[in-house]
Write a protein of this length. Sequence first.
Length: 109
Amino acid sequence: MDSRIECSVDAMPEGTLVFAHEPLVRVTGPVWQAKYLESAVLNFLNAGTLFTTKAARICHAAESEPVLEFGMRRAQFMGAALSGARACYIGGSAGTSCVREGGAGLGED
């Protein structure tokens, strides 16, 4: 049995604004392979999209006040804390409680 994946994945570039009912990702290929890849991609994409959208809504509601992200306190593991902090930064958060990601200076070197 050939174990090569014969699928292609097309996706919106990160940071692109999308409207409701627009596809973010399209997986094409043999059905069993596409379903396998789709599950992994959706698992990764759904959480990040949720955090980014929520952060953007909170930042919009806060008007000019800075918003900090404190999701590490509820994250299930370090990888989730780091990706959540990154997603919130993309959504407009000014900082994070996650020291590993830079604390209040998220995004600064």
